[in-house]
Design a protein around this ligand. Structure first.
Ligand code: BTN
Length: 225
C-alpha cells in the first residue's frame, strides 16, 4: 500500500481523489489542512499538531449494505491508537471518538456504491495529537493532554496507520461504543431524550422512547451524550 506524507493541502479527502484511477489502496497524511472538512458540511480545525489522514480503499464483492464496516473499522483504529498511549476511549455512535467527554477524533467517510456493491471508500480521520485546541472552548482533547505527556504527531500518525492496516470485527466496535444509557437526540430540528438499546449491524441506532422502539440511521439523527 502506498503511504504519502505531505505538508499541506486543502483537505486530504479531496487530495486523495487523484488516486481514484489507479485502483490501488493509498493512505495520505498531511501535517495541516487549509480547508479541513467535517461531517454535515461543517469545517474541521486542522492546524499543525494533529494527524489528518485519508485512506482510499477499493473493494470487490462487498455488498453496499455492509458499508457500516468502513465506519467501524475507522473508529476502532482510532480507539486502538489511543489505547496504545494508555488512554481509554469510547465511541459516540456512529464514529466520533471521545475521551472523558471530549472529542479526540472526527471521521468523515465518503463511500462510492454502485449496483448494490461498495466500490471504494475514502475515510478521513482527524486525530488530535499535540495541537492547541483552546479555540474550541474545551469540547476537544488531544492525545498529549489525555495521556499527560507529549505524544508527537509522528508517533500518533505511525500508530494510526499501523492500526488502520490491522483487521477488526464488529464486536471490537461494540466494545468501545457507548450504549445502554440515556442521551439527547436531535431529529429534524426536534430534541428529545431516549435510551440507547443497541447498535445494529447495519449501522442503525436502536433507541427507546415513551413512544416505543425505533432504529434510526446517522443521516436521520445526531446523538448528544
Ligand atoms: C467531524 O468530526 O466532523 C469529521 C472530521 C473529519 C476530519 C478529517 S481530517 C482528514 C480528512 N480530511 C478532511 O477534510 N476531513 C477529514
Amino acid at each position: 500500500m502506498k503511504i504519502e506524507l505531505i505538508n499541506e493541502t486543502e483537505s486530504t479527502n479531496d487530495y486523495i481523489k487523484r488516486y481514484l484511477d489507479g485502483g490501488e489502496d493509498v493512505i495520505v497524511c498531511a501535517a495541516r489542512q487549509t480547508c479541513g472538512r467535517g461531517t454535515k458540511g461543517r469545517a474541521f480545525l486542522s492546524e499543525a499538531g494533529g494527524v489528518y489522514l485519508s485512506a482510499l480503499t477499493f473493494y470487490k464483492g462487498v455488498p453496499a449494505s455492509d458499508a457500516f464496516c468502513v465506519m467501524t473499522h475507522a473508529s476502532v483504529s482510532v480507539c486502538r491508537t489511543a489505547e496504545a498511549f494508555g488512554i481509554s476511549p469510547v465511541i459516540k455512535w456512529p464514529n466520533d471518538v471521545y475521551v472523558k467527554g471530549k472529542k479526540l477524533s472526527g471521521i468523515l467517510i465518503e463511500n462510492c456504491c454502485s449496483e448494490g456493491l461498495l466500490k471504494y471508500s475514502i475515510v478521513g480521520i482527524g486525530l488530535n495529537a499535540e495541537n492547541d485546541l483552546s479555540s474550541l472552548g474545551g469540547i476537544a482533547v488531544s492525545l498529549s493532554a489525555a495521556a499527560g505527556r507529549k505524544i508527537s504527531v509522528a508517533e500518533a500518525r505511525d500508530k494510526l496507520i499501523e492500526n488502520y492496516r490491522t483487521a477488526d470485527t464488529f464486536s471490537d466496535y461494540l466494545r468501545y461504543a457507548v450504549t445502554q444509557c440515556t442521551v439527547r437526540i436531535l431529529e429534524n430540528g426536534r430534541e428529545y431524550t431516549a435510551f440507547i438499546n443497541r447498535i445494529l449491524k447495519d449501522g442503525r441506532l436502536e433507541i427507546q422512547t415513551e413512544e416505543g422502539v425505533r432504529a434510526l440511521s446517522a443521516a436521520e439523527i445526531t446523538v448528544r451524550l
